[in-house]
Write a protein that binds this ligand. Structure first.
Ligand SMILES: *Cc1c(COP(=O)(O)O)cnc(C)c1O
Length: 435
């Protein structure tokens, strides 16, 4: 037997600090703007829906931010997650490249989302908040927040994008099991939802619409806050536990990645894995590190979007944020990677892309499912359709190495498992999926 395939850390090695990439960015970020006045939005503008501790993290330039003990203790339910050498996949591809992946599907809700839901619920609870309202696409974020709210004895209300609500009914069951109330968005419960339904009664919904509905509910009560599962700086920050762990694990494996890959919807799992490595590129330690965000060709915010101020939601309730965007009215096609159907990209990732520190790729649904099948058969894990975008690029990189004879080290994030996506796989296998 050769070396270990799975690299485990001890629970004592759960990171003590989050990493904030804005401490090492060579350029500052353009501030969010108030939606009405178009002036830079200050902490008080966000206080109606977020606790001050998260607003401070949102605006922080501190390099490392301590993780509260109570949150670290919750991470112990499933962290550190394994880093796995995809040796079987390497063999199938007959590549000289070494392929590693960080497996966030080992988390309780099956994806990386609990890394931030625990932290967000914790800071809200400390601020005296009784209820959190949110949106969810494929349902992973709603599941993670429902679980975190239950732990901290808070209510949780979720607006789930209608197309996913219908495609992934068991996600709804999961959320209900943890005590959450779940609606198929657009709903008749909010003005934002009613406006969309008046124009299109059959609207499949979008994350942008669901966010509008959730914010509308949250602003109505002092004891209720809004919670976002991706995009915002504090969410990227919380997810860096992934990359901080992966750094230690790569070190244990005696390797360092040449290429770091993640799928990107709002960008949180990609940022979570890549930012702690990108730190080495920004500070000159590893100047030639390649970092690649992978998105669906049908929702290509980085590769086709514009870098400009846009709203985070359909009804223009959020501050304007500077990001790569397809426009807040964009309704993405009903692809099965529901978690990647967002019109914009996280401001931190947008900034890194704009200065050329990272690159981006876009792939079609069918080639992504083809990659997922190759990976599943080789490694025995059914990947989430979202994560399969990262797999597709990892395979492309490995095949390039086969051609050139280079033995690069490739690291990608397997952001979640696909056990609740088997309906999509069934359609794929029956040739019912299209691009
Ligand atoms: C939510 C989700 C995504 C997309 O969100 P990001 O913020 O871009 O990470 C990707 N993969 C899985 C498994 C998800 O649950």
């Amino acid at each position: 037997m050769s070396q270990n395939k799975i690299i485990f850390l001890d629970q004592k090695q759960i990171p003590t600090h989050y990493y904030n990439i804005m401490a090492d960015s060579p350029v500052p970020m353009d501030p969010p703007l108030h939606p009405a006045t178009k002036q830079p939005a200050g902490p008080q503008d966000l206080a109606a829906i977020f606790p001050m501790a998260l607003i401070e993290q949102e605006m922080s330039k501190e390099r490392f931010i301590e993780i509260p003990d109570e949150v670290r203790d919750l991470y112990r339910l499933s962290r550190p997650t394994p880093l796995i050498r995809a040796a079987n996949l390497e063999q199938v591809l007959d590549t000289p490249a070494k392929i590693y992946f960080k497996y966030e599907g080992a988390n309780p809700t099956g994806s990386h989302k609990t890394n931030t839901s625990y932290a967000q619920a914790y800071y809200n609870k400390k601020a005296g908040i009784k209820k959190l309202v949110t949106e969810t696409g494929a349902g992973q974020w709603g599941s993670a927040l429902a679980m975190a709210c239950k732990h901290f004895d808070m209510e949780c209300e979720v607006f789930m994008v209608k197309v996913s609500y219908n495609q992934k009914p068991y996600r709804k069951t999961f959320m209900k099991l943890f005590g959450a109330t779940v609606h198929a968005s657009p709903t008749n419960l909010t003005q934002a939802g009613r406006n969309v339904l008046a124009e299109d009664p059959d609207s499949p919904g979008s994350l942008g619409i669901a966010i509008s509905e959730a914010i509308e509910v949250a602003v109505q009560r002092d004891d209720t806050n809004y919670s976002l599962g991706s995009v915002l700086n504090h969410v990227m920050l919380h997810q860096t536990v992934i990359g901080e762990e992966a750094r230690l694990q790569m070190e244990m494996a005696g390797d360092y990645p040449d290429v770091v890959i993640g799928c990107a919807g709002g960008g949180s799992n990609f940022a979570g894995l890549s930012f702690p490595f990108l730190r080495d590129k920004l500070t000159g330690v590893k100047k030639d590190l390649e970092v690649i965000a992978v998105e669906p060709a049908s929702c290509p915010s980085l590769t086709q979007g514009k870098f400009e101020y846009d709203f985070g939601d359909e009804a223009q309730m959020t501050p304007l944020i500077k990001m790569y965007t397809l426009g807040h009215k964009f309704i993405p096609p009903k692809i099965h990677a529901g978690g990647l159907r967002y019109h914009g990209m996280a401001p931190t990732i947008s900034l890194m892309y704009n200065i050329g520190a990272i690159s981006a790729k876009a792939y079609n649904q069918l080639e992504v499912f083809d990659a997922a099948r190759i990976f599943a058969q080789a490694e025995g894990i059914v990947p989430a359709p979202e994560s399969s975008h990262a797999i597709k690029e990892a395979i492309e990189q490995a095949l390039k190495c086969k051609e050139s004879g280079e033995a690069k080290t490739i690291l990608f994030n397997l952001s979640g498992h696909g056990f609740l996506d088997l309906g999509s796989y069934e359609m794929y296998l029956e040739n019912e999926l299209t691009n």
